[in-house]
Write a protein that binds this ligand. Structure first.
Ligand code: ATP
Length: 694
């Protein structure tokens, strides 16, 4: 149930700003005209129930006008005159006529016929925008203050809703606000009583109507649900009470048109029921509040105004300016003493927006939310009353008992991730335990996990780039992975040669390094080109500029999204353009850069290999460097998931010079490997690496 547009409405300005008139939200600032103030209802078709007929025909009663009171919407046209005519300093009494004449001209420009308009009173005219619809009703209400200096108007036809204001002279503020205030009645709260409102006990037909919705007579009685007659028709009257005194009254007809007494305080429906309760349930409509009672919950209130279309992007305004949610602020003590607020609004988007607006005001930490059960195979119940009607009171009770903590942005429970954790357990995510490197003796130490960062270091010429290329070829062969390469030191053609040699297992040329091994044939070379193109995407600065990390990551993201790459190589760190701000230390800069890289990796499930050189080693003894030797910052080792040092023997006396040590110095994720060293042998002709079991 939703009260989004009251039945007979006039726009109500916030007292703070009359200019809001043109920008105001129709959801929040429209109030009904009190019927008690009307000689005859604005809309004669307000009467829906005809008690003389049977209940079902009653509810299909023919409208007495073919124009229902549709929602009042603005049509986007705002009639404010923007002419900037300077206002005279003094306005003599006898200038009223002149001022009114100017005003009339302005009104005529926007199409308002001013012939019968008299200052100091309301005038009812034909709306120039809608011409009063088919019935040609005089739906445009215009007020001109006695000084004739301004006018404010609104068309009460819901299909039109045209509204605006103008002034004879710009800056005629007192006259202007008078017009506005007159058009919009002052917000003086009325004192109501059942007698004045002519409320009566519910007739049998309405009791039967509620009973169709599984709301019992006892519940109706306890909640003071009444009726009101208009001529020979009847509408439901929901009485809003505080300390049992009548504060407001909302009416509902069978077509779910709602309107309420104007100039009354906005309070929760059922407010007395939550006093002293530790659990408070908030629903979106009176029917839901009654339904809750049928499920055994009296500690429930309904909001008086229904739901907003969406969550406001603005901060919650201070209490005194938060007009739409006054019903929350005026019972903050009751809400404060409750330990749990269970928000059980409708399951649709406005209902969820309402839940968010309530929770952000109450404090999400004490809020819970309700998920409505399914009513059929696919559809969820919309609200409490639907659950009661389709599934019964026990199901409604269960839904409330199963309320879950209201989500707080950034605060989670493992339960929120169970789908993902299940997939990890069942290993259905793919490679989450790591993709083997292709070298058995290394697989026990290092496996490639999507979304991780591996830092690779080693002294110059140790074969870091060669080993990474060989690893990529293996991963492509075993799992079809594709890669983005940002290899600043490599010429494209040389990089292509190295990759093709590894892939084809043949040298690119017949030159000295190939010894007597035959180069790849032209046909093999052509096949290799296809493979190269399908497997690698190059990130390169086309001019001589150095790429910065953000630029690299943006392109890598494009490569992930466009080509599905699973790995990114950045080789090496010192060839990036390091735009470090003057007040940033290198350590801070490296930390920030690595955070960016890791975020990219995790977000896109893309493994990143980042090559960094060790700083100049004083008195280097030929041994493998340490990860802490990486120039720049200890953050390289601190922040990476995996740290690998590539080291090769260059002393023939110390051992075979094709021997390469892959020193795994850091593995954060034990599922992916452990610290240790594996020895590979390097084939200088093809650039391949083999397990070395010598
Ligand atoms: N184990 C090895 N035995 C002989 N030559 C090797 C070995 N590993 C790599 N090389 C050769 O060393 C050269 C440099 O290799 P690579 O570019 O991979 O080293 P790097 O560590 O990345 O160097 P840099 O730090 O200068 O970028 C290449 O010509 C490569 O063929």
């Amino acid at each position: 149930m939703r009260f989004r547009y009251p039945h007979a409405v006039i726009p109500l300005l916030s007292s703070s700003s009359s200019s809001n008139f043109f920008t105001m939200n129709t959801q929040t600032l429209f109030y009904s005209i009190p019927f008690s103030n009307l000689k005859k209802p604005l809309f004669p078709q307000t009467h829906r129930f005809q008690p003389k007929r049977g209940i079902f025909t009653v509810f299909c009663a023919k409208r007495s006008s073919k124009y229902p009171p549709p929602p009042l919407k603005t049509n986007g046209y705002h009639g404010a005159s923007t002419a900037n005519v300077p206002r005279p300093v003094h306005l003599e009494e006898n200038n009223v006529e002149m001022q009114f004449a100017i005003l009339k001209k302005k009104l005529e420009i926007v199409g308002i016929e001013t012939g019968i308009c008299v200052p100091g009173q309301y005038n009812h005219l034909l709306c120039p925008k809608c011409q009063g619809g088919d019935t040609v009703e005089k739906s445009l209400s215009i007020y001109i203050p006695p000084d004739g200096g301004s006018a404010a108007w609104v068309c009460f036809r819901g299909k039109c809703g045209w509204k605006g204001s103008t002034q004879a002279f710009a800056g005629s503020s007192s006259s202007y606000s008078t017009a506005m205030n007159q058009l919009i009645p002052a917000k003086k709260k009325r004192q109501l009583n059942e007698e004045d409102l002519q409320l009566e006990p519910l007739c049998n037909e309405l009791v039967a109507y509620f009973s169709e919705r599984l709301i019992s007579n006892e519940t109706l009685h306890r909640n003071g649900v009444m009726q009101r007659k208009y001529d020979d028709q009847i509408v439901i009257a929901f009485t809003y009470r505080r300390n049992r005194a009548l504060i407001s009254c909302k009416y509902r007809d069978i077509n779910k048109n709602f309107w309420q007494e104007a100039n009354t305080e906005k309070i929760f429906y059922g407010l007395d029921d939550i006093v002293g309760e530790s659990d408070v349930i908030i629903v979106e409509g009176e029917m839901d509040k009654l339904a809750m009672e049928e499920a055994g919950f009296r500690n429930c209130v309904s909001v008086p105004d229904g739901a907003p279309p969406s969550v406001s992007s603005k901060e919650v305004p201070p209490e005194e300016k938060d007009a739409k949610y006054q019903y929350l602020w005026n019972c903050k003590d009751e809400l404060k003493q409750a330990s749990r607020i269970i928000i059980a609004t409708d399951g649709d988007a406005p209902g969820q927006a309402l839940a968010e607006e309530l929770a952000r005001r109450i404090g999400k930490e004490k809020c819970w939310r309700v998920r409505w059960p399914k009513k059929g195979k696919s559809d969820d119940c919309k609200d409490a009353n639907e659950v009661l009607m389709y599934l019964g009171p026990d199901a409604l009770k269960e839904a409330i008992e199963n309320a879950e903590l209201y989500p707080i942005r950034g605060l989670f429970n493992f339960r929120d991730y169970f789908d993902e954790i299940d997939a990890y357990y069942h290993q259905t995510l793919g490679y989450d335990t790591g993709l083997p490197t292709g070298w058995n003796n290394l697989n026990g130490l290092y496996n490639v996990v999507p979304g991780e960062l591996t830092i690779v270091t080693g002294v110059p010429n140790s074969g870091k780039s060669e080993w990474i290329d060989a690893l990529l070829c293996n991963l492509n062969q075993s799992a079809g992975w594709k890669f983005a390469l940002c290899s600043m030191e490599n010429k494209v053609r040389e990089h292509a040669r190295k990759l093709l040699e590894k892939h084809m297992k043949k040298p690119f040329f017949n030159s000295r390094y190939a010894e007597d091994v035959k180069r790849m044939s032209l046909e093999e070379y052509e096949q290799g080109k296809v493979w190269l193109s399908d497997t690698f995407y190059l990130i390169r600065c086309e001019d001589d500029a150095l790429p910065n990390i953000k630029w690299v990551l943006d392109l890598a993201k494009a490569a992930v999204l466009r080509y599905g790459v699973r790995g990114l190589v950045i080789d090496p760190y010192n060839e990036l353009d390091h735009q470090r701000s003057p007040n940033q230390t290198e350590t801070e800069y490296v930390s920030q850069m690595l955070t960016m890289i890791k975020r990219f990796a995790q977000h896109h499930g893309c493994h990143v290999w980042f090559v960094a050189h060790p700083r100049q080693l004083q008195n280097w003894n030929g041994g493998a460097p340490n990860l802490y030797d990486i120039s720049g910052s200890a953050h390289f080792i601190n922040k990476c998931d995996n740290g690998i040092v590539i080291h090769r023997n260059r002393d023939p006396e110390a051992g075979p010079i094709d021997q390469v040590k892959v020193c795994v110095r850091k593995v954060r994720n034990k599922v992916a490997g452990t610290i240790g060293e594996a020895t590979l042998s390097y084939n200088r002709i093809t650039g391949e690496y083999y397990e070395d079991d010598r």
